[in-house]
Structures are given as C-alpha cells and as structure tokens.
Design a protein. Structure first.
Length: 67
C-alpha cells in the first residue's frame, strides 16, 4: 500500500509504519502531527531521530503498518 494508506491504517491500530524492502531489520516510523515529522525507531529502541524521506520512499507501494 502507499504511505498515506499505511498511515491511516496504522493510526487505527496504534502502530507505526515500515517498508517491506527494509526487512529483516526494519525501521519503524511513527507519524506525528508536529514539526518533528516522523520519528524513527527499530524494535527494542526508543524513538530517536527525525526521518527525512527520499522521493522513492514517498512513491513506493510497499508500506505496511508495523510494530
């Protein structure tokens, strides 16, 4: 699914999002409604730095809710 679809689904499930191509150790992105944008984390870590997407990330269709 596209990033906007994954965000909507993840919000209802109280989860983050990731891309399938980032497996087996995916980054988990937590969308915010602040100027922080997306917070980036991975399993077992606290949310850390801000994520800045590439254009390929924004147009990809392999996004899924995760975490």
């Amino acid at each position: 699914m596209y990033i906007n679809q994954a965000i909507k689904k993840a919000e209802t499930q109280k989860r983050g999002i990731t891309r399938k191509v980032w497996f087996p150790r995916p980054m988990i992105l937590i969308p915010t409604n602040t100027n922080a944008g997306f917070l980036m984390t991975s399993i077992g870590q606290d949310p850390g730095q801000k994520w800045v997407p590439y254009s390929d990330d924004l147009t990809a269709n392999d996004w899924i809710p995760y975490g």
